[in-house]
Design a protein around this ligand. Structure first.
Ligand code: NAD
Length: 279
């Protein structure tokens, strides 16, 4: 069976480059679709406390027959739980819901600059890693300034920064900053949440050339530029199609053409982490 390539974190651990995301998947549906993702070949699952489906993901893990060592599970600390002690407590409740004794990757979900608790929150993640509760620690929706501040105040560099990233909003500047610090970049809403991106003429042309689908071409672009990528679907045929993107190899001209679709800030779908504050 095909397996995802791994990328190596700055802490020496590895992460499967292609994973399966479960935002907006109801808890009652999560077991079924995560099992379908496992059957398709995915071994890396991206959830969060706020998605309300950690328990469903946990049921899928428990019923899959796969051992925790074969899997890579990420969850995220919600904004309302930021702060040192509250982070330590929230981590344990997430782990209980997942039915796991330790976690592969824990992320601070949002920077929340106005709340201004992210340095203490990061210190709690550092402590959880020291205690062996979590293998790797990282952040999501962090700006360059937020990353620099936690590095300066703790000396610990996040393994990964998960941010909105797709061909219409390709985050070239933040990706370069992450590279300069040894931080991997993980793309959320990698397909632009479906819709216009998957109907784009450039993407369609490249798809026809490779006898692939538009979604596969976009996933192959993420893989080619070094992103960790976590497409979501609750349709089994699409889950399989998205995993099969591992078999699509773009050439340099394809990658250049997709790089050219960037719309800068206009291409952003979700909130801007530099200003958003929604605890
Ligand atoms: P996505 O870009 O993965 O798009 C998902 C949508 O694209 C699906 O609902 C479906 O409509 C369509 N789609 C999927 N596969 C397709 C295919 N093969 N053909 C045609 N259409 C297809 O969007 P997303 O769910 O927003 O992002 C993926 C994951 O990223 C989430 O599930 C979650 O794990 C993570 N995420 C994280 C944050 C964060 O703040 N850290 C925010 C949003 C999403």
């Amino acid at each position: 069976m095909t397996t995802s390539p791994n990328l190596t974190f700055n802490d020496g651990n590895t992460i499967p480059q292609l994973g399966y995301g479960v935002w907006q998947v109801e808890d009652g549906v999560a077991e079924k679709v995560v099992r379908q993702a496992f059957d398709a070949g995915f071994r890396h699952i991206d959830t969060a406390k706020i998605y309300g489906n950690e328990a469903g993901v946990g049921r899928a893990i428990a019923s899959s027959g796969l051992s925790p060592e074969e899997l890579f599970i990420t969850t995220k600390l919600w904004n309302a739980d930021q702060g040192y002690e509250s982070t330590l407590a929230a981590f344990e409740t997430s782990l209980d819901r997942l039915g796991l004794v330790s976690l592969d990757l824990y992320l601070i979900h949002w920077l929340q600059p106005q709340q201004d608790k992210y340095v203490d929150t990061w210190k709690a993640l550092v402590e959880l890693q020291k205690r062996g509760r979590v293998k790797s620690i990282g952040v999501s929706n962090f700006t360059k300034e937020g990353l620099q501040r936690i590095i300066d105040e703790t000396g610990v560099v996040p393994a990964i920064n998960q941010v909105e990233l797709h061909p219409f909003f390709n985050q070239a500047e933040l990706r370069a900053f992450n590279v300069s610090k040894g931080i991997l970049t993980q793309a959320w809403s990698p397909l632009g949440q479906g819709g216009e991106l998957l109907e784009d003429a450039t993407v369609a042309g490249i798809a026809a050339k490779h006898n692939a689908t538009p979604a596969q071409v976009v996933i192959a672009w993420h893989l080619a530029i070094g992103n960790v990528v976590i497409p979501k679907s609750v349709t089994e045929s699409r889950i399989q199609e998205n995993f099969a993107a591992l078999g699509v190899t773009l050439d340099a001209a394809d990658v250049e053409a997709i790089n050219g679709l960037d719309r800068g800030a206009e291409g952003r779908i979700g909130p801007d982490p530099a200003v958003s504050d929604f605890a």
